[in-house]
Design a protein around this ligand. Structure first.
Ligand code: MCA
Ligand code: AMP
Length: 481
């Protein structure tokens, strides 16, 4: 099996690999720290990683991949209910965390191993095999709690190599970003990506336009971000000349996880002369399409299928659309080595997600231009909300809201938001109309149980929810007045 990270063993000792804030590791130091850590896994079948945006998380995931032990990245802002579900579903043998991390009560029964980024162990042998599960990443569906997508090692290797081809991404690139490390974007693309190429990543700890400007003017060559980050960049370019200089000098600016508004694309292009390129992926499929570095960065498109990815648009009845004419809308289905293997403990959901001939049903609706460019035009499920690049299921928020004593009925929708793409809106029938729970109370309630990014940003109080004859809530009636 070829190694996942050749640079770990072929490294010149002082080649930079990771930098998080002020702290950094070379490839030699990363190999030694990962080697020391793999010796402490104690036969665990899976390991949880307390995925703060730190060196420790990068070392922990690298060590798990080399040891061939699946890693379950945990959002360190997860609330008790969400965390409880992920732990009982994925049953990790231990949790890897930074020594100074304070872990919540939900993790108290789990053995804890502190990650020593200056540990020195024997150079780790790469024990992973292609089809072995490498990561289990939790992702929201329309109803119920999040599902664990089991991502095999070959999907990681193939998606990163396909992106290298599309973006001319090499070991000379230095990536900057401020993405969270418990999702595919920040972890697989933003951390494992540079390591597979033998290049380096500088993580901002927390996204800021000043941080982006600083890194891109001091050696960073590429920027990854979600559209909310590019929106904030578009807002800042007029007042921050150093940001304009930085973006103008970058080799590649890449946006993903949600649609980049054409308006923000245009404002950045006007100010810097640079076109942000978009790529389209999913937790279950890793990356499917991208605008190529040597291609035309057409605003509003996610480019062409990546090498190895088969993509088709299908009608409701499963037949392929009649024409790729830039107008005929169909659901995107994909097949290729980039796909996940299953949802953990959910054979029903796994079976429903694939067609008989092995294509994954993405639920994303698109048209395809005659020259192959894909334009995403919407989503099949109205109960999935994309806010700040996070996918959030309406059902999980509704369930959390119903656990509030002041809530009799609840419905959740998404509405357009210039910064977040969509914002979460809660429609509540209060138990006591004289004393309805307010926005802050309900936002805190959801943030505490699930995660802060799942909290409602707007609350409406109603006497009753609009329902059809079957008793089903008519969400269109809520959002269309
Ligand atoms: C606010 N906070 C709270 C509460 N309200 N905490 C507890 N209780 C509350 N009621 C805290 C938040 O935790 C956060 O803390 C701070 O206040 C600000 O919160 P918020 O307004 O939500 O955040 P933001 O600053 O507006 O975040 C915007 C963002 C973020 C930075 C763009 O949305 C983000 O990081 N998005 C990235 C999502 C992503 O990576 N998606 C990839 C998945 P603190 O200040 O401590 O942070 S998609 C994917 O992987 C596929 C494969 C793909 O295609 O990429
Ligand atoms: P997640 O399940 O969190 O991995 O989110 C995957 C979803 O994000 C996809 O199914 C799309 O709906 C959306 N997405 C990702 N990248 C893009 C993009 N460049 N443009 C539009 N939507 C995107």
């Amino acid at each position: 099996m070829p190694p996942l990270f050749p640079a770990l063993t072929e490294h010149p000792a002082d080649r930079p690999a990771l930098r998080f804030g002020e702290r950094s590791l070379t490839y030699a130091q990363l190999a030694a720290a990962a080697g020391a850590l793999t010796g402490r896994f104690g036969g665990a079948a899976r390991v949880a990683v307390w995925a703060t945006p730190t060196l420790e998380t990068a070392v922990a995931v690298t060590a798990a991949l080399l040891a061939g032990v699946p890693a379950v990245p945990l959002n360190p802002k997860s609330g008790a209910k969400e965390l409880g579900h992920i732990l009982s579903d994925s049953t990790p043998g231990l949790v890897l965390a930074a020594p100074d991390a304070e872990l919540p009560a939900a993790l108290a029964d789990l053995a804890r191993v502190d990650v020593d980024v200056h540990g020195t162990g024997p150079a780790p042998e790469d024990r992973g095999r292609d089809e072995d599960p490498a990561l289990i990443v939790y992702t929201s569906g329309t109803t119920g709690p999040p599902k664990g997508a089991v991502i095999p090692r070959r999907a990681i290797a193939s998606t990163l190599d396909a992106l290298a081809d599309a973006w001319q991404w090499t070991g000379d690139d230095v990536l900057v970003h401020g993405l969270p490390l418990f999702h595919v974007h920040g972890l697989v693309l933003g951390t494992l990506g540079p390591l597979r190429r033998g290049g380096s990543v500088r993580h901002l700890g927390r996204f800021s336009t000043q941080g982006v400007a600083r890194e891109l003017t001091t050696g960073a060559t590429m920027l990854f971000g979600v559209p909310t980050m590019y929106h904030r960049i578009a807002e800042a370019v007029t007042g921050e000349p150093e940001l304009v200089t930085a973006l103008t000098g970058a080799r590649l600016l890449v946006s993903g996880s949600a649609a980049l508004p054409v308006h923000d694309h245009g404002r950045i292009a006007t100010a810097t002369g640079r076109r942000v390129i978009e790529r389209y992926g999913m937790t279950e499929t890793l990356m499917n399409t991208s605008v190529r570095a040597d291609g035309e960065a057409r605003p509003g498109t996610v480019g062409v299928p990546l090498p190895g990815v088969e993509l088709r648009l299908v009608e409701e009845d499963g037949s392929e659309v009649a024409a790729y004419d830039g107008e005929t809308v169909g659901e995107i289905q994909v097949r290729g080595p980039n796909l996940f293997t299953e949802y953990l403990n959910r054979p029903d959901a796994t079976a429903a997600a694939f067609t008989a001939d092995g294509f994954f049903r993405t639920g994303d609706m698109a048209v395809r231009d005659p020259d192959g460019y894909v334009r995403i035009v919407g989503r099949k499920a109205t109960d999935l909300i994309k806010s700040g690049g996070y996918k959030i299921g309406a059902g999980e928020i509704e369930n959390a809201l119903l656990e509030h004593p002041g809530v009799r009925e609840a419905a959740v929708t998404g509405e357009a938001d210039p910064d977040l793409g969509e914002r979460i809106v809660a429609w509540i029938v209060p138990d006591d109309p004289q004393a309805p729970p307010g926005l802050k109370e309900l936002a805190d309630h959801v943030a505490e149980r699930l995660a802060p990014h799942k909290r409602p940003r707007v609350v409406h109080h109603l006497d009753a929810l609009p329902r059809n004859d079957m008793g089903k809530i008519m969400k269109r009636a809520l959002t269309h007045g």
